[in-house]
Design a protein around this ligand. Structure first.
Ligand SMILES: [Zn+2]
Length: 378
């Protein structure tokens, strides 16, 4: 799922997203709390209504954004056992508390289908004591978030039942169809613990005992050299049972998705296809994805040869100045199908800083990622 942090995939309309075959978007609770805000969302109904988005939404708790904010500037707040304390106002004199409960309430206002519990993101350089603290806090917060989730769910079910009863009574007077029951949203808990197997297992065991619908790969899956840590991802996947979906939060590149899919992860969200599109980086299939089988990808993944299938290009480079070919001959996005928008023209649009360049590049990249998902699903 692409990241629609503020309720929009930059430069695209909900109709564009549907035309690419996308069904899911990831939005961000912390950012949506500021704009349009909880009150506006409640008044409108939820974010799906505001966006007119017929697909599904997952909402991130806001934990990572708060962690980054405070990590960069400790004057903006601090993380406590109660929740995240934020200092706002011109002199940072206003104090507010963002709790696991509030994150859940906001995610109900958003109306998301997957809600994520607020976690204490372990800093990558954390020592054992800090790591223990963040894992134990993550577990305690997950427990509180689940209690709030159940409370909200019951309140909503009661409201829906009352509405249905009212409709039934009305129906006796006039024939009218009942409004369909809202599907129950799913609650996800991220597993923290950095690359310490002991703490990841501890975290997973405690979360399993509380019981969630899905489990997430929390934290940075990077090893000490800063390389993507596949072993850690594999270890993390084995901590939870197969019957519950696994979400590789914030992952990843085309290669990462293939590798993690075969470890048992089914959900992915990442800024790469959209952010890279705006930075002139375009993803390419070297072979026709319609003829690819998931098994081919599995074989290549095992041999570490996925570069035989995936590539990328920087459209701003001089060598594309006179290139009238499609961005990718194997892509079926509206841009590649319609070669009036050839490489040279897309490069030109970036050069003259026309806003359509973002839109065209984003459409292409998102379709490329979606094509991969379609191969894996097949
Ligand atoms: Zn394309």
């Amino acid at each position: 799922m692409p990241d629609a942090t503020l309720g929009v995939v930059r430069s695209l309309s909900p109709e564009d997203l549907q035309s690419l075959g996308l069904e899911w978007l990831m939005v961000n609770t912390f950012h949506l709390m500021n704009q349009p805000g909880e009150l506006a969302l409640k008044k409108i109904g939820n974010l799906k209504k505001l966006m007119n988005w017929p697909g599904f939404l997952a909402s991130d708790s806001g934990g990572f954004q708060l962690y980054s904010l405070i990590h960069k500037n400790p004057h903006l707040g601090k993380i406590t056992d109660d929740g995240v304390v934020l200092y706002t106002g011109p002199k940072k004199q206003k104090k507010s508390l963002f709790t696991p409960e509030e994150s859940i309430r906001l995610q109900f206002a958003i109306g998301s289908d997957i809600k994520i519990v607020l976690d204490d993101f372990s800093p990558p350089d954390a020592d054992e004591a800090r790591l223990e603290k963040s894992v134990k806090r993550t577990i305690a917060w997950a427990k509180r978030a689940k209690a709030e989730f159940e409370k909200e769910l019951q309140a909503r079910q009661k409201k829906a039942q009352q509405k249905q009863n009212r409709q039934l009574r009305q129906q006796e007077k006039q024939t009218r169809s009942l409004s369909p029951a809202q599907p129950r949203p799913l609650l996800l808990a991220p597993i923290q613990g950095l690359n310490h197997q002991k703490w990841r297992r501890y975290c997973a065991d405690a979360l399993l005992e509380i019981g969630f619908d899905m489990y997430g790969l929390g934290g940075w899956p990077l090893d000490k050299q800063g390389q993507f840590d596949y072993q850690l991802c594999q270890f993390n996947a084995e901590l939870t049972p197969n019957k519950q979906p696994r979400f590789a939060l914030g992952v990843g590149s085309l290669e990462n998705i293939v590798q993690l899919f075969f470890m048992g992860y089914q959900f992915f969200d990442c800024v790469l296809p959209t952010r890279d599109a705006r930075h002139e980086r375009l993803y390419i299939f070297k072979t026709n994805p319609q003829e690819l089988r998931a098994q081919d990808l599995k074989d290549l993944a095992e041999k570490n040869q996925l570069e035989k299938v995936f590539d990328y290009l920087y459209i701003g480079q001089g060598r594309y100045q006179h290139d009238l070919s499609a961005i990718n001959e194997h892509c079926d996005c509206p841009i590649c199908r319609n070669t009036q928008i050839n490489r040279a023209y897309l490069r030109h649009l970036f050069q003259v800083k026309d806003s359509s360049a973002w839109r065209l590049a984003t459409l292409h990249n998102l379709r490329t990622f979606q094509l991969l998902i379609e191969v894996l699903r097949r």
